[in-house]
Design a protein around this ligand. Structure first.
Ligand code: ADP
Length: 227
């Protein structure tokens, strides 16, 4: 089905396999994310949200099960194939912005595009457009240290979208912000995802924010259940 962006099928992850400190974190995770869908992922700390997002985003491989992005099963493929798919199709947002400190906001969005072969003026034009969408165009020339926490996360969203991925994977994207700022920044993320027709899987502890997404899934004892 081509309206499915991301599919996890029976995904398992075991850390320290065979050792006394073995942890069976994921025990058969099934998830289908459709084009344009925003899904909240909730779970207590330590339940395996980051592990799940890393596997979904092709940064890590499952011990069992499949991951497909854009209809292509990628979990068993070569590192190169998975890296290419990740660069092309997945945008990550973390709790901390991870912007490059020596670059301006605009450069932080342009550089990943240029690394993919996009010409600088085109990359910068897209950067300006994305910054405008999240209301920080006037901060384009500032380095991250000169931006507020909320502005830094808005720029990080733009960077995640820079290479027009199919799916955004976000790990507590507003977890580092005060509640009022978190609310506004979350709105900006939702608008950006909606406007661009993207899909997003967003891990959050904030149930109010989670309830604003299309669907909430809960990671419980290593499997996903509807919340
Ligand atoms: P969450 O994001 O929900 O807080 P994580 O996915 O980070 O959870 O971790 C889930 C469990 O797996 C935790 O018990 C954690 O200690 C363990 N874990 C995570 N990464 C590793 C690793 N690289 N090696 C061993 N154990 C790990």
């Amino acid at each position: 089905m081509n309206d499915v962006v991301l599919r996890l099928n029976g995904v398992e992850k075991i850390y320290n396999k065979g050792l006394s400190n073995e942890v069976h974190v994921l025990r058969g995770v099934d998830l289908t994310l459709k084009v344009g869908e925003m899904v909240a992922l909730v779970a207590p700390s330590g339940a395996g949200k980051s592990t799940l997002l890393h596997i979904a985003g092709l940064l890590d491989t499952p011990d069992a099960g499949d991951v497909s992005v854009g209809g292509e099963v990628l979990s068993g493929r070569s590192d190169r194939r998975r890296t290419n798919a990740r660069r092309r199709d997945v945008g990550f947002v973390y709790q901390f912005h991870h912007l490059l400190p020596e670059f301006t906001a605009l450069e932080n969005i342009a550089v990943p595009q240029m690394a993919n072969g996009v010409a600088k003026p085109v990359a910068e034009a897209r950067g300006v457009e994305l910054l405008g969408r999240v209301g920080v165009a006037q901060r384009a020339g500032h380095r991250p240290a000169a931006l507020s926490g909320g502005e830094q996360q808005r720029v990080a969203f733009c960077r995640a979208l820079a290479n027009t991925p199919r799916v955004i994977l976000a790990d507590e994207p507003t977890g580092n912000l005060d509640p009022a700022t978190a609310d506004q920044v979350f709105d900006a993320l939702m608008e950006l995802v909606r406007d661009t027709g993207l899909s997003a899987l967003v891990a959050t502890h904030n149930m109010e924010l989670a309830a604003r997404m299309d669907r909430v899934v809960k990671l419980e004892d290593g499997v996903l259940v509807d919340a």
